[in-house]
Write a protein of this length. Structure first.
Ligand SMILES: Nc1ncnc2c1ncn2[C@@H]1O[C@H](COP(=O)(O)OP(=O)(O)O)[C@@H](O)[C@H]1O
Ligand SMILES: [Mg+2]
Length: 306
């Protein structure tokens, strides 16, 4: 399985190009899932169909989906509050109920929810040859892509802290015997400690997502238009991708017209200075769309990315 992320400034044509690429790959016989992670979905509009959280068959080889990020956030919070309640069942000291109510508004929940939804999409690796992802605005996309690495770092810290706690419990155990609180014998051995095993599970999970995102099976394409605002946004994305050690596969000047040739040449010259030579580039012309056919693009996008 391969994944393709399209990123770029709002309005440059990420959704349109995602849809067109997915459609072209499916026409070549690959099984494809096109999924939108933009909270303001328009994948359904582009294909002229109604979409939701469940995948919908557009053709025998193309499935479409608009991820429900609100639902993903609710599920993310539910899973984590369940874990907390279970792990801390022996103590009421934290007044967790109050904390749970406001969690939905906590910074980072949006990103974790999107990442969790992305993980569940990536689990389909045997069902699809390609998963094409229409991303939310740049800043959010970069934060989602950065999240696995950031999470690995703090889980590592938490594991160290937890190990210290267990060591101290071990000392107490040696002096006073088994340490019991509300009838529950507390673990002092990492292998028996539920908190430690949860941390290990989370650590492994995020390492596997991070490795996948950094692998050559993951392609990231930056879309821009022949205008300087979208060029500047692309430069910021390049920097973000480099900082995050993520692969840039191609850049694409969309909505190109012959009148814009001069601007496009200048912009692309600036752009190419910042990228590696093996990154491919294409110009996609402004299409004369009629109605529900904006996924039809007169350019071999599939060929560019295969
Ligand atoms: N190559 C193109 N030719 C003509 N119109 C385009 C092209 N690419 C995108 N558009 C139009 O530009 C608008 C924004 O495109 P969209 O794909 O929604 O952008 P984004 O997802 O980046 O916000 C839409 O009206 C779309 O039909
Ligand atoms: Mg879009």
């Amino acid at each position: 399985m391969r994944t393709i992320f399209f990123t770029g400034k709002g309005g440059v044509g990420k959704s349109t190009i995602s849809a067109a690429t997915a459609f072209q790959l499916s026409e070549k016989g690959y099984t494809v899932l096109a999924v939108s992670f933009d909270p303001a979905h328009n994948l359904g509009d582009i294909f002229g169909v109604r979409l939701g959280h469940r995948t919908k068959k557009f053709s025998s080889t193309l499935h479409l989906q608009e991820a429900d990020l609100e639902k993903a956030a609710a599920e993310y919070i539910k899973t984590n509050t369940d874990i907390l309640t279970e792990v801390y069942s022996y103590t009421k000291a934290f007044n967790l109920d109050m904390y749970f109510k406001v969690l939905r508004y906590a910074p980072g929940v949006e990103e974790y929810a999107a990442l969790t939804a992305l993980e569940s999409v990536l689990k389909n690796e045997h069902a699809y040859d390609y998963i094409v992802i229409d991303t939310p605005p740049t800043a959010l996309t970069l934060r989602i892509l950065a999240l696995p690495r950031i999470t690995i770092t703090w889980i590592d810290r938490l594991r160290r802290i937890r190990r210290d706690i267990l060591d101290k419990r071990h000392t107490v155990h040696n002096i006073t015997g088994a340490y019991v609180e509300d009838g529950v014998k507390l673990a002092y051995n990492a292998n028996e400690d539920p908190v430690m095993s949860k941390l290990r599970e989370l650590f492994d999970r995020y390492v596997s997502v991070a490795k996948y995102l950094e692998s050559t099976n993951n392609k990231i394409v930056v879309v821009l238009n022949p205008d300087y605002l979208s060029l500047r946004e692309s430069e910021r994305i390049f920097k973000g991708l480099t900082d995050l050690n993520l692969p840039l596969t191609a850049t694409l000047t969309n909505k190109y017209t012959d009148e814009k040739a001069g601007v496009a040449d200048e912009m692309e010259a600036e752009l190419f200075k910042l990228r590696d030579d093996d990154v491919s580039h294409a110009r996609v012309k402004l299409q004369p769309y009629t109605r529900d056919d904006s996924y039809m693009i007169d350019y071999d996008l599939a060929g560019l990315l295969l």
